[in-house]
Design a protein around this ligand. Structure first.
Ligand code: DAH
Length: 334
């Protein structure tokens, strides 16, 4: 028995000398320590031995096993192979986990979606890379129309563009669902603009559309007052002024009463008591036609507002660029 142990030890040591990589080390580990290795077999054979032999050989075999284990470990660190248990200290304190946070634009978007859903509006999506037809033509902005200059466009070489507004999703949703219809579309839009604290080439808009046989501007005022009051947790007043957008007739701009000064006048509302909020109006018959909806039967309102400015007001953020820098120190604050 002792001779057998000596022989195992000698051949192990000889083979260990020629080990030069992870694979050959693993091989010899299996050969000398694996479930079916000679040493294991010998240890199993102890059962048939006398008590005295069991003690002597059992001890010798276990000592050899430990020696082999140790030498393999040594070889492992000599070869610089990681993951050996002896170098892993499970009692060391762990690095604190960094929890992610939603960007304030995203949380505001989700809140708006919930409020609008509660009034029966569906939440639609559309592509950010859009065709000229959906972004302009179908919205009653033909190629020669001066209103195209209102929105500086990122054109692609193939004639497509990055959408300058979420309004094209109105058309896409009319085509997909017909009327009556209540939809909003929050999404990213792009304009060829220089960046500063209040301008970004990428920003968010929320588009809205409500169509039925007798939907009119008073419905829109009620919907917007409900949205803003729920969002800000207090009664918000809205007012309309004439405005121009080719896809609505009549076109309007909607302002809401300044939340910071309660209408008395402050820096945020430029001492007017009102904050400019969105473009809106009654959907132009040509736009309904582009959406395959009969303008003699259906009518309704549409609106579009910027999410960034609303979020900046709500959270007291003074630079729009912060939304887009992906800095966790910023998002963690909300
Ligand atoms: N798309 C317009 C913009 O980007 C906003 C807008 C105005 C949307 C009037 C509308 C609307 O749906 O009816 O400036």
């Amino acid at each position: 028995m002792q001779a057998k142990l000596d022989q195992i030890k000698a051949s192990f040591q000889k083979e260990l000398l020629s080990v030069s990589n992870e694979d050959s080390l693993r091989e010899i580990e299996i050969k000398y320590l694996g479930r079916k290795c000679e040493l294991t077999m010998l240890l199993r054979g102890l059962a048939q031995m006398s008590d005295a032999d069991k003690r002597t050989f059992g001890k010798a075999a276990n000592v050899l096993k430990l020696e082999i284990t140790e030498q393999i470990e040594n070889k492992r660190s000599e070869l610089g192979i990681g993951g050996s248990e002896s170098t892993l200290d499970v009692t060391l304190p762990v690095e604190p986990l960094q929890m992610g946070k939603l960007n304030p634009l995203t949380s505001l978007q989700y809140e708006i979606e919930d409020i609008m859903r509660s009034m029966g509006f569906m939440v639609a999506e559309g592509p950010e890379l859009e065709s000229e037809y959906f972004n302009f033509e179908a919205l009653n902005v033909p190629a020669t129309h001066p209103a195209r200059d209102m929105q500086d466009t990122f054109w692609l070489e193939d004639g497509n563009l990055l959408r300058t507004q979420t309004s094209p999703v109105q058309i896409r949703t009319m085509l997909a669902h017909g009327a009556p219809l209540r939809m909003i579309c929050p999404g990213k839009v792009f304009r060829y603009e220089a960046m500063d604290a209040s301008h970004s080439h990428t920003f968010f808009q929320v588009e809205g559309l409500m169509l039925d046989e007798d939907t009119n501007i008073s419905h829109m005022k009620a919907v917007m007052a409900e949205l803003l009051s729920t969002l800000f947790g207090k009664e918000v007043k809205v007012r309309l002024r004439p405005g121009y957008f080719p896809f609505v007739e009549p076109g309007m701009e909607l302002d809401f009463s300044c939340l910071l000064c309660g209408g008395k006048g402050c820096r945020v509302c430029k001492h007017t008591g009102w904050v400019e909020f969105m473009g809106c109006g009654m959907v132009h018959p040509k736009v309904l036609e582009a959406g395959h909806i009969d303008p003699k039967k259906y009518q309704g309102f549409a609106f579009g507002f910027g999410l960034d400015r609303l979020a900046m007001m709500r959270y007291g953020i003074h630079d729009i660029r912060l939304f887009y820098e992906g800095d966790i120190r910023f998002t963690k604050q909300f």
